[in-house]
Design a protein around this ligand. Structure first.
Ligand SMILES: [Zn+2]
Length: 68
């Protein structure tokens, strides 16, 4: 279940390193920023999905530390 007010998405890669993408709101716009590589993107809808995609594609970080 997607938490709608999450302000960050964190994932671990296979080396156990944590990668964090922050979600910042300003009005209807949301800006997402990766703390690992300083990648930024504005996303009006579902910024968490874009954050997850970035973490998986750029950092091979797919392990959700809040699961299990
Ligand atoms: Zn990144």
């Amino acid at each position: 279940m997607l938490q709608i007010n999450k302000s960050k998405v964190s994932r671990w890669d296979q080396h156990g390193r944590e990668h964090v993408v922050r979600v910042q709101r300003s009005g209807v716009q949301r800006t997402i920023r990766c703390e690992t590589c300083d990648w930024r993107q504005s996303a009006q809808f579902l910024p968490w999905l874009k954050a997850e995609e970035h973490l998986a594609e750029e950092h091979q970080a797919t392990v959700d530390p809040t699961e299990g």
